[in-house]
Design a protein around this ligand. Structure first.
Ligand code: TEU
Length: 565
């Protein structure tokens, strides 16, 4: 009997609603736009949709700043539109997972409006309020209660004049952190989660969920940050009560509900050892987590906006470690892209000469690992980074803040821009390219961020009927996971770990052996493998059958092959 959870053979598709499809011509994607494009997802064959936030929000961080957890933002539609999208998704046999952003709210959420109104308000303790540092006058530099640097530049504390105290925000000042030490906060969150599950949603992707437990002593961090600021991560990342909180959430929200739900925790800085604890089914915390190790390997000495070329051996060592670490207990999420990462074909592939080959080779390598693959909108088309002319074409608060800070600190604007062009989050946020028409079929109005000019040839319409397209390659990868238990559940063994351009591994289940071998570089390679693969079935290739003599397989640039024997 197959007792593996349903999500071992499932593939998730992430929608960033603002950039997916606009139904009313205001230049911003919306729920009805998504509903109108569900055929695309059905055709691709994905099992689950994860919807980035669609709740009421002032949009300081594109919806990751929520002012009402039980309302749909008018920019995206209405609750009625949402219910229709959910029903249509279910009617097509797919599930829908919501984004849960509960490390922080918007500063415009009524909870925070009350909390800031006076030191004695009953909701005061729902957020992190602290007086200025001993001996410092409120508002002066250095008066912040800790030296922590925000993810979006500057200190993590903002002074509120009303009460003369500071509040904590790990992200923007418009994203105050909730105080999870307070049980009222936790139970308000659980109640809201039950409300959405009762409405029919199929689970949650939990935003920065490993940051919710802070060390209440709030110690300073080592001063590594810009302008004398410090790294607070050791004091809020995977903090002292995180496992307790997630177990409580599981008990209060998920216990006794259908086993068909999905929970995935987004966890910057998480190690595989922690991840194994979070995803050990006996501990009843989460189904899987998003880790960040493999998308940090190209960060340079100056951080993410100072990128360096990826060494493929580092990538294999990292992903291989996670495969092994979560091999017996726990479960991996597999992703190259999301709304926070540059496009993978531009980042780790070749978006010029070998655009199609590198997009499909990278997809092949990722999808056949052990774990649940996530496809980010447009990735299935091989969408690329955007050619931003300057910062005036960028929209993301992280990029804009970083630019202002780095230029004020005396850096050359052109060199700051280089980092943003390579690594900025807006690369992932340009509209989905549906067809070759002026706004790529995304909107009839003026898009909130420019459409990539390459939509004239890179678009969904051009790929549906082309058997060799990136889209059809993703479709076949998804089909393979559905069809073959060895992909869903087989063991993983990395091969040729020291080869700088080859990515090869074996999956085994009972008598089945699956071989994935890819050349992730622009020159021909030969993979010398143990055993004879010449008689094995070629299940999938992005360039056609390769010459195989016993265990020696000749690989064209950016070719990827999947064998079964
Ligand atoms: O991201 C959390 C996170 O740690 C980073 O990926 C972040 O996007 C940033 O790039 C750090 O350099 C989540 C959401 O996915 C992101 O969109 C939000 O901005 C953030 O949390 C705050 O809610």
């Amino acid at each position: 009997v197959d007792t593996a959870p349903w999500w071992t053979s499932a593939v998730v598709y992430q929608i960033y609603p603002r950039s997916f499809a606009d139904s009313n011509g205001d230049g911003v994607g919306d729920l009805n736009g998504i509903t109108s494009r569900l055929d695309h997802l059905e055709r691709l064959g994905v099992d689950v949709i994860w919807l980035s936030p669609v709740y009421a929000s002032p949009h300081a961080d594109n919806g990751y700043d929520i002012s009402d957890y039980r309302a749909i933002d008018p920019a995206f539609g209405t609750l009625e539109d949402f219910d229709r999208l959910l029903a249509e998704t279910h009617a097509r046999g797919m599930k829908l997972v919501m984004d849960l952003v509960v490390n922080h709210t918007s500063d415009e959420h009524p909870w925070f409006v009350e909390s800031r109104s006076s030191r004695h308000n009953p909701k005061r303790d729902w957020y992190w309020w602290r007086p200025p540092r001993e001996g410092f006058e409120a508002g002066r530099p250095g008066a912040e209660p800790t030296n922590w640097e925000s993810f979006f530049s500057g200190p993590t504390w903002t002074l509120d004049e009303t009460t003369g105290e500071y509040y904590l925000h790990l992200f923007a000042p418009k994203q105050p952190d909730l105080n999870w030490e307070n049980p009222e906060v936790r139970h308000a969150v659980y109640e809201m989660m039950r409300w959405w599950l009762d409405r029919g949603v199929d689970g949650f992707r939990m935003d920065v969920i490993n940051l919710i437990s802070k060390d209440p002593a709030l110690p300073d961090g080592a001063t590594t940050g810009t302008g004398g600021l410090g790294d607070g991560f050791p004091h809020y990342g995977t903090g002292p009560r995180i496992h307790e909180f997630l177990r409580e959430m599981h008990r209060e929200v998920f216990e006794g509900r259908s086993g068909e739900l999905l929970t995935v925790g987004e966890m910057p800085g998480v190690t595989w050892e922690d991840a194994r604890l979070f995803t050990d089914p006996r501990r009843r915390e989460l189904d899987m987590v998003f880790q960040f190790e493999h998308v940090s390997l190209d960060h340079g000495p100056g951080g993410k906006f100072d990128p360096r070329p990826l060494d493929l051996r580092d990538l294999k060592a990292s992903l291989g470690r996670w495969q092994t670490g979560l091999g017996e207990v726990g479960w991996n999420s597999l992703y190259w892209n999301n709304h926070d990462q540059p496009r993978v074909v531009s980042r780790f592939g070749d978006d010029g000469r070998y655009w199609r080959e590198s997009a499909t080779a990278l997809a092949t390598v990722l999808h056949l690992h052990r774990g649940t693959p996530y496809v980010y909108q447009g990735e299935e088309l091989g969408m690329t980074n955007a050619p931003f002319a300057g910062v005036h074409e960028m929209r993301d608060i992280e990029s804009l803040n970083h630019y202002a800070e780095a230029v004020a600190a005396g850096n050359e604007p052109e060199s700051v821009l280089r980092g943003l062009r390579a690594m900025g989050r807006d690369n992932a946020r340009t509209p989905v390219q549906w067809d070759a028409s002026p706004n790529a079929g995304f909107t009839t109005g003026r898009p909130w961020i420019a459409v990539n000019p390459n939509h004239t040839w890179l678009n969904a319409q051009a790929q549906y009927d082309d058997p060799n397209s990136v889209f059809n390659h993703y479709r076949r990868l998804i089909e393979l996971r559905h069809a073959l238990p060895v992909i869903a559940r087989g063991d993983f063994r990395m091969l040729l770990a020291d080869e700088p351009y080859l990515y090869a591994y074996e999956r085994t289940l009972d008598d089945d052996r699956l071989l994935v071998v890819a050349n992730l570089g622009g020159t021909p390679q030969i993979a010398a493998l143990d055993g004879d693969w010449s008689a094995a079935d070629l299940l999938l290739s992005n360039v056609g059958e390769p010459p195989v003599v016993n265990g020696r397989i000749s690989l064209e640039p950016w070719s990827a092959h999947v064998f079964l024997k």
